[in-house]
Design a protein around this ligand. Structure first.
Ligand code: ZN
Length: 96
């Protein structure tokens, strides 16, 4: 299943939750809560996004504590497209 590459929300098998590009086409990567008309709705850091998502995740998964929700997202978010450093590939090869 695809997850939103900004907030990690499962996007499911429908187009219902997909955001839209500037030309109105559906974004394959981001949900409509995060992304609209080719832009992110809110500019925030990865940490701010995690803080924002904790109460939503805990509501969706009542068996999970806020601390567990944070841990899950801290593991997951660095792998999402929005938060992945663009220069990660080969980063270890550069330097003085
Ligand atoms: Zn999202």
């Amino acid at each position: 299943m695809n997850h939103c590459q900004s907030c990690g929300m499962p996007l499911g098998d429908t187009e219902e939750w997909l955001g839209r590009e500037r030309d109105g086409s559906l974004s394959p990567d981001y949900c409509k809560h995060c992304y609209d008309r080719g832009e992110f709705r809110a500019q925030m850091t990865m940490d701010q996004m995690i803080e924002f998502c904790i109460p939503h995740l805990v509501r969706a998964r009542p068996e999970m504590s806020p601390a567990e929700a944070r841990k899950l997202m801290e593991d997951m978010f660095p792998r999402l497209k929005r938060w992945r450093p663009a220069d990660q590939v080969g980063a270890n090869l550069s330097g003085p």
